[in-house]
Design a protein around this ligand. Structure first.
Ligand code: MN3
Length: 228
């Protein structure tokens, strides 16, 4: 008889990545932990396949290139001019993808959401017009990204915030800026659950934003110690 065991997405194994300097960061929660806002199947495929593929491509590039092998992902994408032209686009796309997704998993958590807290709440009020206006502007920026991309909040060393969208896997780090938080608006981030309803995904996402972690990133940015 043919076995008809149901697929358990949360237990799907990560593809074997070649040994290399870059690795998939550990996620602090299970694939189903952000349900219903981010479904387990999307989380599993997004992390174990999409993000893993960016890491694998970077490791493959590092095998033949000492510059890539020795740099952190943030160092690489902050200065793409140091990368040989023949693989610059590869490193831009996959290095950006690795940095963006590493940040993305970090700023989400189960049982999170609600209003921002601490210094980040004050900065949102001061620089972005308060939480309600910020949420509306952030969602609108996410909808304006045509095709695939991200919407980010950047932070400078003085703690000042700014909102911007980016195409593809581009990162504000490529413009020597620091990322406080960002949301992935590639279809792979939401299509299984939300189909074409990107606006609903953007609205639901606030329920999983971990403001405690965002405050840690804010403090790190002001101290000049934000790694990604
Ligand atoms: Mn993605």
């Amino acid at each position: 008889a043919i076995s008809a065991a149901p697929r358990v997405w949360a237990q799907a194994a990560a593809p074997a990545a070649p040994a290399g300097p870059f690795s998939l960061p550990k996620r602090a929660y299970e694939a189903n932990a952000l349900e219903p806002h981010i479904d387990a199947a999307t989380m599993d495929i997004h992390y174990n396949r999409h993000h893993a593929a960016y890491v694998t491509a970077l490791n493959n590039a590092a095998k033949d290139n000492g510059v890539i092998a020795k740099a952190s992902v943030a160092e690489l994408i902050a200065d793409l001019g140091q990368v040989p032209e023949s693989i610059r686009t590869l490193v831009r796309n996959n290095g950006g993808g690795h940095a963006n997704h590493s940040m993305f998993w970090e700023i989400m958590a189960p049982g999170a959401g609600g209003a921002p807290t601490g210094e980040v709440a004050e900065a949102i009020t001061r620089d972005l017009g308060g939480f309600d206006k910020f949420k509306a502007d952030f969602e609108a920026a996410g909808l304006r990204v045509f095709g695939s991309g991200w919407v980010f909040v950047t932070v400078d060393k003085a703690g000042k915030l700014a909102l911007l969208g980016k195409p593809n896997q581009d990162s504000p780090i490529m413009d020597k800026q620091m990322v406080l938080l960002g949301n992935d608006v590639w279809e792979h981030a939401y299509y299984l659950k939300y189909q074409n309803r990107r606006a609903d995904y953007l609205k639901g996402w606030w329920n999983v934003v971990d403001w405690k972690k965002v405050n840690e990133r804010y403090a790190a940015a002001k101290a000049g110690k934000l790694a990604i």
